[in-house]
Design a protein around this ligand. Structure first.
Ligand code: C2E
Ligand code: MG
Ligand code: MG
Length: 765
């Protein structure tokens, strides 16, 4: 233990890992040989001094021998140094050095003993200084080999001590102690210096290793990664560039290298990068827009300052991922078809406006726009036409709302506009402008399609500031606009919520009623004016709604149509009515009302055929009543369906004639079997000559087109007489009978004296 401590103090050996032993050994030898010139100078100086001092002394021959030997040793040391530079096998080299050192030590020791013994006290001082100098220089020159240094010091110091002991000076013992202390201190210095030397060497080797590893990794990185390394000098000029960097820049290597790094980027990115570089702090993943001779892209740059005032770092081309990101961002924020913002973006804008409204009381208006005829167009003309139509509408909206408004497409044919700083009056004006802009027909596929739109307006803060509340309120206003005939604008009013709630209740109850089979069909007779016999019955739907009594379809049909409930409900009516009719006398027809939504449904023909087949009813006894809206909506598809029904033998009647806009053109669109004049014209026929004239015109037109004619809503004899006089073929109304349940048809007949024929009506069964 004590030995180990002493060894550590005086030999200071550092544990050198096996793989570094050769290198450390070589370095030690190199350091040793490097000091050969110093050893030479030291020897020369000693030789000169000793020669001068002992020139006339009897010991001069000894000095001469020593000088000569010492010169040889220096020569050997220098030659060994040269030789070891080119040495391939270093085995035994260390031993040679140690031996050489010990020999020099022994030589010095011997000469000091000899000189001390043979010279007088006048030389003792010089010899003391000489010994100290030899010890010091020796420790310095031999410090790369502590064991050699120790041996050298012991031999030199030992020689001196022996000399001192033999000359027997009064202070020999003290001098010997001083020498021993000096030797220990010098040896400690040599050991320490060697340990430091070895440590330094090992550190350098480790650093070198790390550098090598780094360089391997970097080479690998350059070869296999999509990224590249970059470096600049203190002036921002690009240093040696890898092939990948050159490729990415699209510049020739000679232009890129030495060129300005900032010049690769678009002005705003160059500015951003310049700012970062001036900070002289590391930065990571800075996204910059590259602009190199027309080529554009995005790079992600990381960098760290270097000690020479330049920069180095990694760069990657993120153009593709950024494009994808931009596309995703676009898709999540914009509508790809019209390039307008989407609902999510609108909501965000509304939130911003909400904040301004709540903080500063700034008002804004929200317009929700719904196209009136889009669905029909999309179904009949196909989606490409629908898309083209929406684009035109989007452009029209853009043109009329102006640059300060925020325009969005909410989906389908619904659009929205948000305008900040808008008063109610201005909002009304803008709503009218939008409605007018949508009135002009759109030219698609060689046809002029009527767009038409309804607008609902909600104002903030009057109608709320919360985006969801405002949106709901604007939708309620839109709903009102559509209910009031479309093609108009309505502002939100407080009661609208209640209306919406009532409607939601209606929808719920309607669905329940359909599921619970709580519907019923009633029948109202159509009477032939000439024979005064019942020619047939019109099927009229009735709903015994809990808490509301018997409800007319006028109340719920529009709700059923808008919610699609009409399709299953209508199918049920068809089956039920046909089944009833199959039990009537053979020449009595059954009329069924079909709404546009039912006509659009592709299964309508199958439903009719199925019901006819199931009940074995002659198709010619079935009459389908449609309104002008069916022709207005989806012309081609609906006309095809009508023809298909006609081919089955089913009769087609045009109901509520005169209530549409261009009734006459519809009469030419399809060869109807019958026209039913709307009750509006019948109601005052006995008092209004104008109505009489209208009905007369309709009847003559129908005659020309070989169509039969029925007048609806006949309530008194006078009306019946006038209509009969005008040539009306059939009449229908409360005068003859109110709609009644199937079970009452027979009972009612005898009591109704208005037509002789009712007596004849009998069930087949
Ligand atoms: P609509 O097809 O024009 O039916 C005639 C309407 O006039 C019936 O109203 C009938 O009760 C009423 N009415 C008949 N005679 C008179 C009269 O002398 N005076 C007055 N003031 N009214 C008379 P209702 O039953 O309320 O039906 C309203 C509308 O609902 C029908 O008009 C029809 O368009 C529709 N509808 C009825 N049932 C169905 C159905 O099963 N399917 C479809 N899609 N629509 C139906
Ligand atoms: Mg009808
Ligand atoms: Mg009618």
């Amino acid at each position: 233990m004590a030995f180990d401590s002493l060894r550590a103090i005086f030999l200071g050996e550092v544990d050198v890992p096996a793989e570094h032993r050769d290198a450390v050994g070589a370095a030690r030898r190199k350091a040793f040989h490097a000091l050969a010139p110093m050893a030479a100078i030291h020897s020369l100086l000693n030789a000169v001094v000793l020669t001068v001092v002992f020139w006339n002394e009897p010991t001069m021959p000894l000095v001469f021998v020593w000088t000569y030997t010492s010169a040889v040793l220096v020569f050997i040391r220098m030659r060994e140094g040269k030789r070891s530079e080119t040495l391939s096998d270093a085995t035994g080299e260390d031993g040679r050095i140690v031996r050489y050192t010990l020999f020099s030590g022994a030589l010095w020791g011997a000469i000091i003993v000899a000189l001390m013994m043979s010279s007088g006290p006048e030389h003792t001082l010089l010899l003391g200084v000489l010994t100290a100098a030899i010890l010091c220089v020796g420790a310095l020159l031999n410090s790369s080999f502590p064991i050699a240094s120790l041996g050298y010091s012991v031999l030199v110091g030992g020689g001196a001590c022996l000399g001192l002991a033999l000359t027997g000076h009064a202070w020999s013992t003290e001098a010997m102690l001083l020498l021993a202390g000096c030797i220990m201190a010098l040896q400690r210095f040599a050991a320490n210096s060697d340990a430091n030397f070895v440590r330094r060497h090992l550190n350098a080797a480790a650093l070198n290793d790390a550098k090598e590893t780094m360089s391997v990794l970097l080479n690998d990185f350059e070869a296999h990664s999509a990224d590249w390394l970059w470096r600049t000098d203190g002036h921002g000029r690009i240093g040696p560039a890898s092939q990948r960097f050159i490729d990415a820049s699209g510049l020739p290597a000679e232009v890129l290298e030495g060129g300005s790094l900032l010049a690769l980027f678009a002005p705003e990115s160059a500015q951003q990068l310049d700012f970062l570089l001036k900070q002289r702090k590391s930065f990571r993943d800075e996204v910059l827009r590259v602009q190199i001779s027309g080529h554009e892209g995005w790079w992600s740059l990381s960098g760290q300052p270097t000690a020479d005032g330049g920069w180095r770092g990694v760069c990657s081309d993120i153009t593709r991922s950024r494009d994808a990101e931009a596309r995703i961002a676009y898709v999540t924020e914009y509508d790809g078809l019209t390039d307008l913002a989407n609902r999510a973006m609108l909501v965000r804008q509304l939130e911003v406006a909400q904040e301004a409204a709540e903080l500063r009381g700034e008002g804004f208006a929200l317009f929700v726009i719904d196209l009136d005829n889009f669905k029909a167009l999309n179904d009949t003309q196909g989606h490409p036409a629908g898309d083209a139509f929406l684009k035109v509408v989007a452009q029209r909206l853009r043109d009329c709302v102006g640059p300060t408004a925020f325009l969005a497409r909410l989906g389908g044919d619904e659009f929205a506009v948000m305008q900040r700083d808008m008063l109610a009056e201005e909002a009304g004006e803008l709503a009218d402008v939008i409605v007018d802009a949508l009135l002009a027909p759109v030219h698609i596929n060689g046809k002029d399609i009527l767009a038409g739109g309804s607008v609902g307006v909600a104002l903030a803060p009057e109608n709320g500031t919360d985006p969801a509340v405002l949106m709901k309120n604007a939708e309620l206003a839109l709903y009102r606009a559509k209910a009031q005939g479309r093609g108009c604008a309505r502002f939100f009013e407080q009661g609208m919520e209640e209306v919406a709630r009532v409607r939601a209740d209606l929808e719920r109850d309607l669905r329940n009623a359909l599921a619970a089979d709580a519907m019923d069909v009633y029948f109202q007779p159509l009477v032939n004016t000439r024979t005064r016999k019942v020619a047939g019955y019109e099927t009229l739907l009735r709903w015994n709604r809990p808490g509301h009594g018997l409800v007319s379809p006028a109340v719920f049909i529009s709700c059923a149509e808008e919610t699609g409930i009409i399709v299953p409900l209508g199918e049920w009516v068809i089956r039920k009515a046909i089944e009833e009719a199959s039990q009537w006398r053979d020449d009595v027809t059954v009329a069924i009302n079909l709404s546009p939504a039912q006509m659009k449904n592709p299964s309508i023909i199958a439903t009719v055929v199925g019901a006819l087949a199931a009940s074995q009813l002659d198709p010619s006894r079935l009459e389908i009543e449609i309104t002008e809206s069916v022709l207005m909506d989806e012309t081609e598809q609906n006309i095809r369906t009508l023809h298909a029904l006609r081919e089955l033998g089913v009769k087609i009647a045009l109901d509520d004639f005169g209530t549409g806009y261009s009734s006459l053109s519809y009469l030419r669109a399809f060869p109807f079997d019958k026209i039913k004049v709307d009750q509006r014209f019948v109601r005052d026929i006995d008092t209004s000559t104008e109505n009489q004239a209208i009905v007369r015109a309709i009847i003559s037109l129908a005659r020309d087109l070989k169509m039969r004619i029925t007048a609806e809503g006949v309530e008194n004899e006078q009306q019946a007489a006038i209509l009969a006089g005008l040539g009306c073929t059939e009449v229908q109304g409360f005068l003859y009978s109110r709609p009644m349940p199937a079970s009452e048809l027979e009972k009612k007949e005898p009591s109704t004296r208005k037509t002789a024929d009712l007596l004849h009506l009998r069930r087949r069964a």
